[in-house]
Design a protein. Sequence first.
Lengths: 204, 254
Amino acid sequence: MKKLLPSLLIALIASSAVMSQKSYDQFQIQVDGLGCPFCAYGLEKKFKEFKGIKKITIDIETGNFKFQYPSDTTLSMSSVVDQVKEAGYTPKDAVIKRADGALENFSSNQTKENNPNQAQQQLAVHGNCDMCKSRIEAAALAVNGVTFALWNTATKKLIYQTDTAIPESKIAQNIANSGHDSSLAKAPTEVYNNLPPCCTYRKK
Amino acid sequence: MKLYTTLSCWLYCAILWSQGPPITGDKPIMLGGKSFTVKSLTEIRTTQRGTSTYVPVMLHYLPSSNSLVAVHLPLINTRFKGEETSFSLADVQILGKYQFFRKDATGKTFRIIAKTLQTLPTGKALDIIGQSTKKYQGYYGVVGGYETLKYGISSEIGYNWSPNATLDEFRAKLGFGLPLLKPQYPNKQINLYFEYTSMWLVQREWYQLLYAQGIQYALKNITFDLAIQFPLVNDLPEARKLKQSIFLGSRYTF
């Protein structure tokens, strides 16, 4: 009996701890327009209207905004995107990883989205972070005729689609002019030197 | 005693409230809809007439992410040559802003707003321009700003209309901000400001080009500002010329 009582007590505490453990959805949003640390404060303040929000982090150099939210009160992608707009900034991309492992995506380039009828092409482009991703995709999409562009930070590959015949070198040159080397074009030194430190990829 | 009261008011403001960038100019960035900012920007203006200390308490409210309404309640203390020291309410001002253009990119933003500042004749008729005139005035202008993590540029152009006075004025401002510390969040910033103000009082044919050198210490939602402004061009009648203005400001957003 003396041994049973502490065991029961431990089991009770453990089970109540498990019961009280909340699961959280993970949110990651790429926000444009954070031109100063005060802007980041405006964003954080606006999101604190979501009661229960936790672990807010904002990297102002990349615009990478992350937080956690209790999964039992589902926060929708549209609410998150609208809240960024309400704060006065531009949501570019967003990913929600739900507690059950489900993924939800948002991209502001939805008007230029992947068309299954068009062939995808690939280009190796140097870069590091989400800020690079934003710059590379914007440079690719700025070329007339490019309908879709997605750069992967892990593989360093740009996947793109076009609705007309565009020389690959033209897209590569536009990306190079934004500061990113590719297998076809090299960024001008003065442009590269102006990249934020997190975006520099050439070995010294 | 009155000067002591004024300084106490400023110290109180400095502790509780803070003023944001730029210091003597205006900015087109608004920090989130449905939020309040309380701020103060005390100006100690020394002219050939004497010294005036202007202490406004400003309450700003953002009904949405692209609009702002505010009320400025100022007190003024004057010590003019040959006159008794006075301490009174200055001209109350109502401010409205509407952002009609915004272009965002990673780590940068460009915005333009329309602005109006309605000055109510609540102060004494001291003819202290922009502070206490006891004349209704309506200012209408446009403010543009380009803000990046490396620097900020703000500009403003507008016209001040005074139907019952000779205070009609063309006004233009240009300011540059330079952060001295690496951008980081939560904020810890020291910023330098270089600001120019051009003021042309049309009916009086007075013209001033002013330069302000400012420094700002900013934390997460509070800032402290200090600037000194002096004339580069001072085309005013004798006895009215500006010697310098000192600005002490603070802002708190909640």
